[in-house]
Ligand binder design. Sequence first.
Ligand code: HEM
Length: 128
Amino acid sequence: MSETAGILAALFFIIANAYYPAKIIAKRYRPWPKEMSHFFKQYLKAHVTLNLLAFLLVIIHGHYSEAEEQNILLYISMALTLWLTIAGILMYYQSPLGMDKRRLRLIHTQQVVFALWLFFIIAGHSLG
Ligand code: HEM
């Protein structure tokens, strides 16, 4: 159960977040034709849906994992996943708390947070 959920979550996270490098590369070729803008609009929907599904799977994955496989690095990666997911939800569905959208964007799309998120996932799993 834990292993299947973990593999599926990783797969969803990879597909969902390839959005980021894809957009960095595509930005070099601006102005975009209509098809490209349409593609990224659709890809953003996949980014949102797959990240939300992956988040649920990751909770199952962690919950059913062996206690001795858990470590502080994986707890930090879980906290970062929660942080990124909440900021993403607030940004995508327009913050009901009246928070500044530009600030939310900054929180959610920080390269450093993204790099740390990857680091803690990889380092935490190599410890186990
Ligand atoms: C762990 C989960 C997630 C990670 C690691 C992540 C990562 C990222 C990154 C790195 C970007 C920057 C892309 C760019 O600069 O164009 C981004 C953009 C974005 N993400 Fe996420 N995200 C996650 C989950 C979510 C969720 C759950 C939502 C919404 C429910 C969401 C909504 C958005 C939106 C609206 C953008 C801006 C897209 C744009 O303007 O091009 N993200 N995300």
